[in-house]
Design a protein around this ligand. Sequence first.
Ligand code: C5P
Length: 313
Amino acid sequence: MRLTEREIRIGAPAKVNLVLRVLDRRPDGYHNLWSLMQTVGLEDDLRLRLRTDSVGLRLHCDDPALPTDGRNLVSRAVALVLERAGLSAGRKVGFEIHIAKRIPVSAGLGGGSSDAAATIAGLNHLLELGWSAGEMARVGQGLGSDVPFFFFGPSAVVRGRGDEVAPMTLTGKRWVVLVHPGFPIDTRWAYERLSTTRKGIVPLSKALSGIAEKTALSWEDVIPFMENDFEVALAPTHRMLRDIKAELISAGAEAALLSGSGATVFGVFRDEASAVRAQGSVGQARGRRAFAVRGEGDTLSCRADMSQSLRVG
Ligand code: C5P
């Protein structure tokens, strides 16, 4: 196959967990989950360029706090795709990737996982691999438990370690206000904290099991069921998370919840105007960052194929 030099652009959306139940600990050390995940309208922007005149990856990121070496999930995603595609040795293929980071890091919003998923989807396109969403999810699952979800967004019930993903349709329109408190929470630490603080595992309720049987739900159906097991586990050490949740409710949110293992707390609002007001009031405290965004994000897709404007190698 002859590869042509070209560039594409992909939006990598953030996610929130509308429900996150952490069930039993598995023999591999991970936990079985039950989560309803949803992409929202806050995105990192990735530009991926396939080069036929060089090998290796040149990665650039506008957030200096993020490593651009082999530790970055995007670098790891590139290495994995090339290996699986049988292109790691002997083939003159290189990449230049620019990440414009908008999603807060270590924030429970899946930003790193979404960037990794976008990279896999982008390389699938550039290298014309023809992988299905399921195949891309299998490649990505080793990079992080949230990665498979992003191939099946915008809404899905996620089970197992994060690798069993059942897409669903969430009907209706909402706005969400994401409030990042200004400190990160390490996911592994949060899981350890959860294991040591709880007395036993609360089994999945009949209501949630029932939800999983459906292929479509409305926001009205979901809002009464919103819960996250990490809220109780983190309450003694992170009082501010409860404060933000209470402030979002006071500002008119229909519901507010911690996302993932934190530290972002989000509120669900009926319309843009009330969301923007809450962003201004709850987000103004020192150190916080707040975003008022659509409650329905996009799926991973190529925003623009810029191959026309580039020299064909
Ligand atoms: O897969 P990911 O890198 O996001 O996971 C980070 C950490 O979170 C894991 O090392 C594990 O301690 C914990 N985790 C878990 N069960 C999951 C997902 C993550 O225990 N389903």
